[in-house]
Design a protein around this ligand. Structure first.
Ligand SMILES: Nc1ncnc2c1ncn2[C@@H]1O[C@H](COP(=O)(O)OP(=O)(O)OP(=O)(O)O)[C@@H](O)[C@H]1O
Ligand SMILES: [Mg+2]
Length: 416
């Protein structure tokens, strides 16, 4: 496969070091000095994968470049230098037109720019045929057998429904019981507790590490570099333990770090905070699947309906799948699917105090209690994700005739 080509429309003093860095990383770099020159180039060759533009020094000119990227049916992503003020305005919700573009501010190092380019190109080249994302090519040729992780986010805007429990036990199941290479990311920036629940201490958080990296003028370290190894093989990265002081977690950087980490893992499981904040929006965008734990109670179901409705606006509807948690409460899965408006991927029964006991010992339930029924539920969830288990979760026996009324009321209340 041909090398990936990057157009560089930067001032000469920045262009040269960036060109050297990208060239060393295996990209073909084509410097361009005017929109006119770029228009001619674009007409003569169709292999540009990305353009680096300067939207700070000459904004009007960068708009000319930008429209060339989208003329004549082209859709070439742009990485654009902008002023810090413009960056603030641009960090609102991404539109369809801008979803592939990214922005960065001066000062930047050639190394950090290369890192951004790589992450963008990995994303642009990733195709998902339903078996999980697969890279279709890379700088210098094929993927050399590198792993390409599926990113699975675990989210429900309601607290206490089992996001962390499911993230930890699913990640451990895939790693320990299915022999996959897994990175577990604690992206709960407020009440994250995965590290302590898995008995890991002295974790360097991503926020702290990036603070040091920025101060030292280094490129932000990758999640793989920052992850802590659990004795069972799982790797765990924690975004922050400081809810009020995590200013180094630029959402785009977090998203790029996730995309970049697709290399070398089979799965990246991301435990999220129950909110729709900017970091979560980027995680939604980068995730291949969003698992939504829902317990069979009115507030959790309402939160699920709300998410289904917002998912259209967020462009994530197709990624959502419900995981019915504490599933032995006698509610019909089909009714829950109809109410919430998303398919169920698995049922996790109530494990009673097993979860508390396991956390107190610094383990996941599936590792400490491998023969418990609830561990089988996590096996089934893992197998659905792996594509080897295609049977939808079984219906639970229905108890009582008021069931439907309760679910319908939930749906109506959530719509009101
Ligand atoms: N299937 C289950 N069986 C028994 N206990 C469970 C089950 N799922 C979750 N729990 C317990 O419920 C509590 C809340 O679960 P968890 O922390 O995973 O929820 P969460 O959605 O991550 O919450 P938050 O939004 O606050 O992060 C925990 O004490 C957990 O041990
Ligand atoms: Mg949690």
């Amino acid at each position: 496969m041909a090398r990936l080509t990057v157009a560089l429309a930067l001032p000469p003093e920045e262009r040269d070091p960036v060109a050297r860095e990208l060239g060393a990383a295996g990209y073909e770099v084509v410097p361009v000095s005017s929109p006119e020159e770029f228009a001619v180039l674009l007409d003569s060759r169709r292999d540009f994968s990305l353009a680096v533009l300067d939207g700070e020094s000459d904004f009007d000119q960068s708009l000319e470049y930008y429209s060339l990227l989208h003329d004549n049916g082209r859709d070439i992503p742009a990485l654009m230098v902008v002023s810090p003020r413009a960056l603030e305005r641009l960090s609102g919700p991404a539109t369809k037109a801008t979803i592939n573009d990214e922005y960065f501010t001066r000062p930047y190092s050639a190394d950090s720019l290369r890192w951004r380019v790589e992450a963008m190109l990995i994303r642009a080249q990733t195709v998902d045929d339903g078996k999980g994302p697969v890279i279709v090519g890379g700088p210098g040729g094929d993927t050399g057998g590198l792993k390409r992780a599926t990113i699975v986010a675990v989210f429900n805007p309601k607290g206490g429904v089992g996001k962390t429990t499911i993230s930890m036990n699913l990640a451990t199941t895939l790693q320990v019981r299915r022999d996959k290479k897994v990175l577990l990311v604690d992206a709960d920036t407020v009440t994250g507790h995965i590290a302590s629940s898995l008995g890991l201490d002295q974790i360097k958080t991503v926020d702290d590490a990036w603070e040091d990296d920025i101060a030292d003028g280094n490129a932000p370290r990758t999640l793989a570099e920052l992850a802590t190894h659990h004795a069972n093989g799982l790797e765990v990265a924690v975004l922050t333990t400081q809810p009020l002081d995590n200013g180094n977690l630029d959402p785009t950087l977090v998203g790029d770090a996730l995309s970049f980490s697709r290399r070398g893992y089979d799965f990246i499981i991301v435990d999220m905070h129950p909110s729709y904040g900017p970091i979560n929006r980027v995680i939604f965008e980068r995730a291949d699947r969003i698992l939504v734990p829902i317990t069979p109670d009115v507030p959790a179901l309402k939160a699920g309906v709300q998410l289904t409705n917002l998912a259209v606006e967020l462009g994530i509807r197709d990624k959502l799948a419900m995981v019915v948690n504490r599933a032995n409460a006698g509610v019909s899965v089909a009714d829950m699917e109809r109410t919430v408006g998303m398919p169920a991927m698995a049922l996790i029964r109530s494990g009673g105090l097993l979860f508390v006991k396991a956390a107190n010992e610094g383990h996941a339930v599936v590792e400490l209690f491998p023969r418990e029924k609830v561990t089988e539920d996590f096996d089934a969830l893992a197998d659905r994700l792996l594509g080897s288990e295609t049977t939808p979760p079984t219906e639970q026996p229905v108890q009582g005739r008021t069931r439907l009324g309760f679910l319908n009321r939930t749906k109506e209340a959530a719509r009101a």
